[in-house]
Design a protein around this ligand. Structure first.
Ligand SMILES: Cc1cn([C@H]2C[C@H](O)[C@@H](COP(=O)(O)OP(=O)(O)OP(=O)(O)O)O2)c(=O)[nH]c1=O
Length: 202
């Protein structure tokens, strides 16, 4: 049988999202990409000595390399919130979530999402995107009302911009998708550069 033309071979390349995050799944699906989900067993590192961007990219690569699927391009991602370069991860409990929101109130913080595509040949293609988020000044009543609507525990920075974000967020400078956990426009470019056009599977 004849080899399929290169374009068809590209289209057949599998894409695996190495993430258990429902937000990442939603964002990638909304971009029209066909992919399989395999949450990564990789442990994130929390090295306070590392610069934010380097930390996000390192974790994204660890997550992607934690899932191996022959012939597939594997995507890992890591979202961290930084307040003046101090990383704020997912809160351990509601008290910590409350303390985090108190600190973010009335201030600007940075959301960094690192992404890494590991191509079928094993090469890593990491990048990151930064979005600045300005929070409204708010008090305990707003935090109470917010927690009545949103579970902050599985989210970096104890909030989800996509879930009643308007209660907390005054403005953003950068991509909304990036705050939610996956900078999709840039990811599609990087997948394309790796020879994968996920959207051609539609
Ligand atoms: C700041 C912010 C974070 N988040 C979420 C995105 C990520 O899911 C989470 C950050 O945690 P991550 O460790 O980046 O991801 P995860 O553990 O949820 O999923 P996985 O490691 O399997 O990919 O916080 C929001 O949903 N909205 C927001 O506004």
């Amino acid at each position: 049988m004849r080899e399929p033309p290169p374009k068809v071979r590209e289209a057949l390349m599998k894409i695996v999202l190495a993430s258990g995050s429902p937000r990442r799944r939603e964002l990638l699906a909304a971009a029209g990409v066909e992919f399989e989900v395999r949450p990564s067993p990789a442990e994130e590192i929390h090295d306070a000595g590392m610069a934010p961007a380097e930390l996000c990219e390192t974790n994204a690569e660890l997550k992607a390399r934690g899932v191996e699927v022959a012939g597939a391009a594997v995507i890992g991602a890591d979202t961290l919130v930084f307040l003046e370069d101090e990383p704020l991860g997912k809160p351990a409990d509601l008290d910590e979530a409350r303390a985090t929101l108190r600190r973010l109130s009335g201030r600007v913080h940075t959301v960094c999402t690192g992404v890494c595509v590991v191509a079928p040949d094993g090469t890593a293609h990491p990048f990151h995107e930064l979005t600045e988020v300005r929070f409204r000044p708010f008090g305990e009543e707003v935090i109470d009302a917010y927690f009545a609507k949103v579970d902050p525990l599985d989210k970096a920075g104890a909030y989800g911009i996509q879930e009643h974000g308007e209660m907390l967020v005054e403005s953003i400078d950068g991509s909304f998708d990036n705050v939610m956990g996956l900078p999709v426009a840039r990811l599609l470019e990087v997948l394309g550069a790796c020879g994968v056009d996920g959207r051609s599977l539609e």
